[in-house]
Design a binder for this molecule. Structure first.
Ligand code: PLP
Length: 423
């Protein structure tokens, strides 16, 4: 077969873009070479429906070992009792959880997308808002912090079956114990989606949801720095609270229901190449060097947030406890859409984002989200993160000056050349 140069040339272009730019998209990271090698390995050839030791295909003796290692490492990393490493993505993990424990039309209570939540937590354009009856809590306007009073009031009034916490653009820690308390009162299960801060939680830099939440889901490619994928975990709540039955009409444990909801409920064959890459990433996340990395991610985010505050940018909630921050640009006379485009011209990649109580549409928005997970993998520390803050400020102040943006782009290339990506 002839090499498909059209595609490989484009992959080379993408590598150059990643190498030369400043990557501040909060949900992205740069995986290690060994994670990439596993993700591009012969394991992509293998079908393995089922679970290790219980497959619907022959020839699974090798992938069984790989998937078992992935499960064991994930349990060790998060202190979980039970794990399913097969979800193809974060959205698939959440779909499987809802399928396992809810019936169509059941009520769910999630964090409002426009305040920082995720589409899969009940948005009307997503399966979660179409199949179930979504209710939402948000943040307090004055503080930007989760409105736990509103969460409790809504839970008591609506009596949802599930309360889902976790976010895509919330820069503070969560009070899982408080959410569990009201959930127990109204008979709901708590699902924590820790896709964003998973790495910080794994290494003890944020509150651990597993002792408080019945089910925890995550993506594996953000702060966790693994391949694109998802995972579901359970800490100690194995009991099936509503006597939900399995396919044969018998009552199953929560973890049995979750396994069935991943396969055959929402997926076919697991991606064993991705699972091998997950296993490697979990191993890396258990290392001392990852601990240094994730501590630096948090320090860099704090330093960048401090810089922005000093420059009169409005950070929602006033700062950050994790790897990201949401900047409200309404006092800077530029929309999120414009800011994303201007920064893009300067070689700085970010994404526009709604801010709580935004009056602009999701396509325009009044905010921009910055995260430090990827840039820290490049070796950036506090000194350079402040330089990056200065470049961002300079670019936003030169929004209509293409020559100036070109000059900033030059400085961006120069800075990143000192921090090679794949040496
Ligand atoms: N949950 C949260 C909180 C997220 O931020 C994301 C992705 O950004 C997802 C779920 C979905 O993950 P994926 O894109 O892998 O489906």
């Amino acid at each position: 077969m002839e090499r498909d140069q059209a595609i490989f040339n484009l992959i080379a272009d993408e590598l150059k873009r990643q190498e030369e730019g400043i990557e501040l998209i909060a949900s992205e990271n740069f995986v290690s070479k060994q994670v990439m090698e596993a993700a591009g390995s012969v394991l992509t050839n293998k079908y393995a429906e089922g679970l290790p030791g219980k497959r619907y295909y022959g020839g699974c003796e090798v992938v069984d070992q790989i998937e078992s290692i992935a499960i064991d490492r994930a349990k060790q990393l998060f202190g979980a009792e039970w794990v399913n490493v097969q979800p193809h993505s974060g959205a698939q993990a959440n779909a499987a959880v809802f399928l396992a424990i809810l019936k169509p039309g059941d009520k769910i209570l999630g964090f409002d997308l426009s305040h920082g939540g995720h589409l899969t937590h009940g948005s009307p354009v997503n399966f979660s808002g179409k199949l179930y009856e979504p209710h939402f809590y948000g943040v307090v306007k004055e503080t930007g912090l989760i409105d736990y009073d509103q969460l409790e009031e809504t839970a008591r009034r609506e009596k949802p079956k599930v309360i889902i916490c976790g976010a895509s653009s919330y820069s503070r820690d969560w009070d899982y114990a408080r959410i569990r308390k009201v959930a127990d009162e109204v008979g709901a299960l708590v699902v924590a989606d820790i896709s964003h801060p998973a790495g910080l939680i794994a290494r003890g830099l944020l509150t651990d949801p597993l002792p408080h939440c019945h089910i925890v889901t995550t993506t594996t490619h953000k702060t966790l720095r693994g391949p694109r994928g998802g995972m579901i975990m359970v800490g100690q709540d194995f009991e099936n609270p509503w006597g939900i039955k399995g396919p044969k009409g018998d009552v199953r444990t929560i973890t049995q229901l979750l396994d069935l909801a991943v396969f055959p409920g929402t997926q076919g064959g697991p991606l064993e190449h991705t699972i091998a890459a997950k296993a490697i990433a979990y191993g890396e996340a258990l290392s001392d060097s990852y601990m240094d990395y994730i501590v630096q991610v948090k320090k860099n985010a704090a330093a960048l947030a401090k810089f922005f505050v000093e420059k009169d940018y409005h950070i929602i909630s006033g700062g950050t406890d994790n790897h990201l921050m949401l900047v409200d640009l309404r006092n800077k006379d530029i929309s999120g859409k414009e800011a994303e485009a201007v920064l893009g011209k300067a070689g700085i990649t970010t994404n526009k984002n709604m801010v709580p109580f935004d009056t602009r549409s999701p396509f325009v928005t009044s905010g921009v989200r910055f995260g430090t997970a990827a840039i820290t993998t490049r070796g950036i520390k506090e000194t350079e993160i402040v330089q990056i803050g200065e470049l961002i400020d300079e670019a936003l102040l030169s929004a209509s000056d293409d020559a100036k943006l070109d000059a900033i782009h030059g400085k961006v290339r120069q800075l990143m050349a000192q921090f090679p990506l794949y040496k």
